[in-house]
Design a protein around this ligand. Structure first.
Ligand code: FCB
Length: 449
């Protein structure tokens, strides 16, 4: 790719529960997503990830497909409860074997494996013991990370501890849209701390000169809807919870005081300052999952509404404003320039830190044409525009090292079930047939230039 820096990494990403299926095979234990998906009315159309893309059995075909598109990196996640069916204690060799086969198949196909240790699927017994609201879970995560990395160290050299801890904390324990479906108000900030501590402990346990370890976050530029003091304050709050609550402890070794004040959590956090050196220990890269920015306005009435299920504890009534940009099927505004803004902001906080776009992509209601083709021009345009923004970011000197498309295959999109397709490869769920979409064909041509 002549317009990108030498060695730029081109990959696609997936997550275990979204693609694997085989939930009761070879000793896998249940995770919070099994429980949640099997709870009535949690998932659109009552779908579950029981079968999903059957990637557990079809991983070799899928990795060959990825390689055939010209991609040379595969970001997949490891299911904690395949490795440790109860979350802690006895290891399940069959679970580790599966990921060894995935990594080996990557290597045989000229694809570098990038493994994420946690993409939201906490073993159910650990949730029963308090989940991410308790400190013990962070320590169990460290143990699991050490076992997994130790077992795969010869085949996997690139690791991500957590995927999007914002979602685990605020969708899992804030508004309850994700597993485990709890609505705990400001206590969801305890989950933030335990997730970040888990990251830090795992980092300590697995980082070495032979490998590279980072975390994948989902920060987003937050804009105020107007210059009014109220809107700027609302944007400050949204930015605090979405971005600074994660970037500041990881990159600067401190929590944002204003967020702790707004949420009434300052006293609780003060007890755990001792964890900040662990959380902010140097990592090898930061993964940025980027989809869209947010534009935020203040509500007419009070901003706080304690007791209301929300992803913004202490500021439950924040208003997300439509700025008129085109949107994807998720309703997410399309704004490639904001990817550059975001990368610049992060680079200012940590000028030396290598950055990867570890997820970027778009859902559209694809249809299979009479000729069998899937014409997804909108997805192609979305990818083209964001890849171009990445190229510009690298050209202006930002340390952007790679770009991973979300996602390789249409898959189980969490609470949306199978109703949202993000893949560059179409999956017919009835037959498990894979068909490369036109966006995938375009990508292949683009990567071969
Ligand atoms: C991200 C998740 C990923 C997928 C995309 C659309 O937040 O990490 O699993 O759901 O959004």
């Amino acid at each position: 790719m002549k317009d990108f820096p030498e060695g730029f990494v081109w990959g696609a990403a997936t997550a275990a529960y979204q693609v694997e299926g085989a939930v009761a095979e070879d000793g896998r234990g249940p995770s919070i997503w099994d429980t949640f998906a099997h709870t009535p009315r949690r998932i659109a159309d009552g779908e579950t990830g029981d079968v999903a893309d059957d990637h557990y059995h079809r991983y070799a075909e899928d990795i060959r497909l990825l390689a055939d598109l010209g991609l040379t990196a595969y970001r997949f996640s490891i299911s904690w409860s395949r490795v440790l069916p109860s979350g802690a204690g006895k290891t399940n060799p069959a679970g580790l074997d599966f990921y060894r086969r995935v990594a080996e198949t990557c290597l045989e196909n000229g694809v570098t494996p990038y493994a994420t240790l946690y993409h939201w699927d906490l073993p159910q017994p650990l949730e029963d013991a308090g989940g991410w609201l308790v400190r013990d879970t962070a320590e169990r995560f460290r143990d699991y990370a050490a076992i997994t990395q130790g077992a795969l160290s010869d085949v996997v050299k690139h690791w991500m501890t957590l995927n999007e801890p914002w979602c685990s904390a605020f969708l899992g324990y804030g508004n309850g849209e994700h597993a485990p479906g709890r609505t705990e108000g400001a206590d969801s900030l305890k989950a933030v701390h335990h997730l970040l501590l888990g990251h830090g402990l795992a980092l300590q346990a697995i980082r070495s000169p032979e490998n590279s370890v980072g975390i994948a976050l989902n920060p987003a530029p937050v804009y105020a809807a107007s210059e009014s003091e109220a809107d700027r304050d609302a944007a400050r709050r949204a930015d605090g919870l979405r971005n600074r609550m994660f970037l500041d402890p990881l990159l600067l070794g401190k929590y944002p005081g204003d967020v702790l004040e707004d949420t009434g959590m300052a006293d609780w956090f003060a007890r755990y300052d001792v964890d900040l050196p662990v959380i902010s220990a140097p990592m090898d890269f930061l993964g940025v999952n980027y989809y869209c920015p947010q534009t935020i306005a203040a509500p007419d009435g009070p901003i706080a509404d304690p007791g209301k299920a929300s992803t913004t504890p202490g500021s439950e009534n924040l208003v997300a404003v439509d700025t008129g940009l085109d949107r994807t099927q998720m309703g997410w505004p399309i704004d490639p320039d904001s990817l550059k803004t975001l990368l610049r902001t992060i680079n200012e906080l940590a000028p030396e830190l290598p950055l990867y776009v570890t997820e970027n992509g778009a859902a559209y209601p694809d249809e299979v044409g009479p000729d069998g083709r899937i014409e997804d021009a909108e997805r192609q345009r979305y990818l083209e525009q964001h890849i171009e923004a990445g190229r510009q970011a690298a050209a202006e000197g930002l340390p952007l090292k790679g770009y991973f498309i979300w996602t390789l295959l249409d898959n189980f999109e969490w609470s949306y079930g199978f109703s949202r397709r993000f893949g560059i490869v179409h999956v017919d769920y009835a037959t498990q047939t894979r068909t490369v979409k036109e966006s995938g064909r375009w990508l292949k041509e683009f990567l071969s230039r």
